[in-house]
Design a protein around this ligand. Structure first.
Ligand code: THU
Length: 160
């Protein structure tokens, strides 16, 4: 028997102004994307922006549906769009911002489990880290150096 400890190295910034320039610019695009979210049911609006290694920025926002499970999170809208439009490009950075029409979201909002799994597919495929920055509407921003830091023990192609 042996025990294994899993650690993740996250960085917490006090605000968007502290981010490295590329991440700050990308976060501003996530904020803009968030404002266009279609979230009439939850009133919880999420924006995601991906920076690819070909310089392209691909954005996504959550798209809800009267049949609730038929909606999709911002992160998957963005990453599937990137996969469809630029199948050979690598994803370098992902910025995420979330806000609610009901309250001010002050704590950083990480991607949900299903989005972590979807993002992980592309990180495994490209064999290089996909760095994430996530925040609420305002306030602290968290950096995760890779999807693996948010989803250890991932189920991937090696698991099949
Ligand atoms: N949502 C996202 O867009 N990303 C996440 O990672 C978590 C949740 C959306 C889905 C739904 O439209 C709303 O937020 C409330 O769950």
């Amino acid at each position: 028997m042996k025990e294994i400890e899993i650690t993740s190295h996250l960085v917490v910034y006090d605000g968007i102004e502290e981010l490295p320039e590329a991440a700050r610019e990308l976060m501003q695009k996530a904020v803009e994307a968030r404002k266009k979210a279609y979230a009439p049911y939850s009133k919880f609006k999420v924006g995601a922006a991906l920076l690819l290694n070909n310089g392209e920025v691909v954005i996504g926002s959550n798209q809800e549906n009267a049949s609730y499970p038929s909606g999709l999170c911002a992160e998957r809208v963005a990453v599937f769009q990137a996969g469809a439009r630029f199948p050979d490009a690598e994803i370098e950075l992902l910025a995420i911002s979330a806000a609610s029409d009901r309250r001010t979201v002050l704590t950083p909002v990480p991607p949900c489990g299903a989005c972590r799994q979807s993002l992980s597919e592309y990180e495994v495929k490209q064999k290089s880290p996909l760095q994430l920055y996530f925040m609420g509407e305002t306030g602290k921003v968290v950096k995760a150096p890779s999807v693996g830091d948010l989803l250890p023990l991932v189920f991937d192609k090696e698991s099949l």
